[in-house]
Design a protein around this ligand. Sequence first.
Ligand code: RIB
Ligand code: CA
Length: 314
Amino acid sequence: MPEKILIDTDPGIDDAFAILYALKSPDFDVLGLTTVYGNARIEQTTHNARALVDMGGKPCPVAQGAADPLVIERRAFPAMVHGEDGFGGCSPAQVQAPLSAQSAPDFIIETIRANPGDVTLVPIGPLTNIAAALQQAPEIAGLVKGVSIMGGAANVNGNVTPAAEANIYDDPEAAEIVFAAPWTVTMLGLDATHQVPLTRDNVARLAEEGGANGRFLAAAAEQYFGFHTDVVGLDFCHFHDPSALIAISQPALFTRQQSSVRVVCEGFAAGKTIAKPLPRFSAQPGWDQRAMVEVCTGANGAGVIVHYLEVMTA
Ligand code: RIB
Ligand code: CA
């Protein structure tokens, strides 16, 4: 049976790679996309999510969510990473997929209540909508199957600051709420995604054998490769958002460490995720009375890319 998933997203070039994969893979039944600011302003990320539903050819609802973080002022949008339009200049002018009348948190709550024990949430943007849904209906924590987050960095540096990964940095207070809730979370952060390199050769194969969607992804990825080359100094891209989905469909490709996770909300380390592996002692209280988080500590990067290309060129 395909996994029922709900993707909370800020599309975003790597979000596009993730969502078109989820809509194509036989392993997933996508119950909807909820949108959040992050890689661009909310109107743009919602437009892009609707465009992806058009491209994916498998209709699913799109519900718009937060325009701003819960507490802090919104950070600057990363146009140099994803372009002004979030898709490296490739966002289609027109979209067909309808926009739900519900807000993202309402849609999340309703979908979870309608499918008790069956839904896996896959947040691949800032965690604002997920935290808002929890605040509105705390019982959803006991009704989901799991939560597979792209975000955080446990034993490596961040990517937007030396301390923080982008999705957590964008809304640390929301992330702290999500990591504290009594549900099972998989944290698929930079410890794993920095071990999954997407190369220009991989993308050339997508363009040749992946049909119209492969060509779209290859065109959008130009911006992403440009950022990785010019700013990060790499000749490949980190494959962030698709990895949160592949951790569900291909769990053996990732190593995990059961931990509790807390988020630094203020100061120069804001957005840092600190993970305490379960067996470790802490003299300071507040670490052990928290939900269990499976922190992905590593990945079989080559295996992840082989699997992704297999699905997208089938
Ligand atoms: O740090 C990687 C994350 O930040 C991804 O979700 C990507 O889309 C960017 O927003
Ligand atoms: Ca994202």
